[in-house]
Ligand binder design. Structure first.
Ligand code: HEC
Ligand code: HEC
Length: 464
């Protein structure tokens, strides 16, 4: 693979540009490289130095992408690299506990969303609206709602038919896949341009400014050597090659997808879970308790037997409370509605998609400092309590209106509050009901979530 890149980078690149993320990953890379068991956990931010043996194993294009990933000169301020927000020593997410990160020309402009991990995106399907089973998950289809005999009750038949039609439509129109919280980037490659141009992030005016930075970067000579001496005479091509290089880095560098958590060792029969972790896994799977695995899938995929990604790549409205720590939220008319905008434009009028965000992977989730798309939660305890108490004790999560009524789902405008998921456990309870998980059970689920942190060393306990 490495030799191929060195001798014929352009040809491969065209194939990869045209291909999908999935395709490029499965064709060009082994799906899973297992870590040597005794390798020490990597902690330091500089472990991706050129001397690192993993870096040596990267193709020439990926090594170039690595330099770009750490290059602050690609930002307008000269102070922000991809790695500034996607910190390699913290599963490629921020190590600080800000809900949103700062960037822009003066390094003080706040973003609008929490920074996701960059680990385990390599099997993300392209964004699409389509039937459920097309994605690599293990979801079972629901049985149809029985239609009562026609002579019994016409209204009931109509109702059941309508319910079947609605369910069929819902099953055929599931938004899934893509990168970012709203899936607006089709592929990792398409994604990389977004931060480069985002005024809250790397703040380049346009593609020409990005290409200008590249042309003056210390690795410009590498780019000419790999992609041709006249590369910078064709700015669009230079940009494509640069984005391609960053993707190759994210796909080839092992630390983006080491699959060496305790849970991976457990699935491989090389580790056993502690009692608390095992109880947590059971609660995670149980449709009447956590029901977590119905969205955060924890078994290998049906198609391709890929290791569990802990997401079904689908979109849901979980109605996280509004986060006053995001400056954009000071405007009461501003709403981050995920799939239906304002950052993604194509579903601006698709009411049922408003408030839906992509289900994130839970791999390395215990290393996160803020949770959910708006970073409103600061611990796994808070997240778990929100899941099981959102409906049973809404007053704990949402403020009260002037008339004393609880302002349920207060980050959604009134017309979209109905999109909040109340069908799936643990959200299917009523006010005053017992939460689906008690405190001891929550502790067990969190013990399990900690087994998803990479860098497990057999004989040591993960996540401690
Ligand atoms: C100022 C902080 C910041 C910088 C710098 C930054 N990102 Fe991000 N990144 C984010 C945020 C915030 C999101 C989520 C954006 C959204 O959902 O709209 C994100 C999302 C992503 C995603 C999608 C992850 C997912 O879960 O779907 C990828 C891939 C990514 N960034 C790669 C990069 C690359 C490559 C660079 C450098 C060219 C970069 N980022 C620079 C903040 C940053
Ligand atoms: C109906 C699908 C669904 C179910 C069931 C579900 N989740 Fe989630 N989960 C999501 C979505 C969607 C998000 C992102 C929501 C957002 O940001 O607005 C999320 C976010 C999270 C996060 C935050 C991750 C991050 O990177 O910020 C954690 C932790 C989490 N879920 C754990 C769980 C656990 C534990 C359970 C079971 C108790 C569970 N989830 C059940 C869909 C689901």
């Amino acid at each position: 693979m490495k030799r191929l890149y060195e001798s014929k980078p352009a040809a491969l690149h065209v194939a990869c540009l045209a291909g999908t993320l999935l395709l490029s990953f499965t064709l060009l890379l082994p799906p899973l490289r297992s870590a040597p068991a005794a390798e020490p956990q990597r902690q330091s931010a500089d472990y991706l130095s050129a001397e690192d043996s993993d870096v040596q194993a990267l193709s020439a294009v990926a090594q170039l992408g690595r330099k770009m990933f750490f290059d602050k000169s690609l930002s307008d301020s000269g102070k922000l690299a991809c790695a500034s927000c996607h910190d390699p020593s913290n599963a490629f997410a921020p190590a600080n506990d800000l809900a949103v990160q700062l960037g822009g020309a003066d390094g003080k402009r706040a973003g609008v969303r929490a920074v996701p991990t960059l680990t385990y995106h390599e099997h993300t399907p392209l964004f699409r609206i389509g039937p459920d089973p097309a994605i690599p998950d293990n979801d079972e289809r629901l049985p149809p709602i029985p239609v009562p005999a026609a002579d019994v009750n016409v209204a009931a038949v109509a109702k059941a038919d309508a319910a079947n039609a609605a369910r069929a439509a819902a099953e055929a129109n599931v938004p899934q896949g893509g990168l970012t919280w709203d899936g607006r980037a089709m592929t990792i490659q398409g994604q990389a341009l977004l931060p480069l141009l985002d005024p809250n992030e790397m703040n380049n005016r346009d593609v020409a400014e990005v290409v200008d930075h590249l042309e003056h970067a210390p690795y410009a000579a590498d780019m000419r050597q790999l992609f041709g001496p006249t590369l910078f005479l064709q700015p669009a091509l230079a940009l494509d090659e640069a984005l391609f290089a960053m993707v190759r880095f994210q796909l080839e560098e092992r630390s983006f997808h080491p699959y060496d958590s305790k849970y991976d060792a457990y699935l491989a029969g090389k580790a056993s879970l502690s009692e608390a972790e095992a109880r947590g896994l059971k609660l995670f799977d149980d449709p009447m308790k956590g029901n977590c695995a119905s969205c955060h899938i924890d078994t290998p995929s049906r198609i391709g037997n890929l290791p569990p990604a802990f997401t079904d790549y689908q979109f849901e409205a979980l109605a996280a409370p509004r986060n006053k720590d995001i400056p954009a939220n000071q405007d009461p008319n501003y709403h981050d509605l995920g799939l239906c905008g304002p950052y993604r434009k194509d579903f601006a009028n698709a009411g049922p998609y408003c408030g839906l965000f992509k289900t994130p992977t839970l791999r390395n989730v215990a290393t996160r400092k803020v949770f959910f798309h708006n970073g409103v939660f600061h611990s796994l305890e808070q997240v778990l309590h929100f899941y099981v108490e959102r409906e049973t004790n809404p007053g704990k999560w949402y403020p009260r209106l002037a008339d004393g009524e609880i302002d349920r789902y207060n980050d959604l405008p009134p017309q979209y509050k109905k999109n909040a998921d109340v069908a799936d456990a643990p959200f299917d309870r009523k006010e005053g009901d017992q939460p689906a998980l008690n405190d001891a059970e929550i502790a067990d689920v969190i013990a399990f979530l900690k087994t998803l942190t990479d860098g497990y060393r057999p004989g040591h306990d993960a996540g401690k």
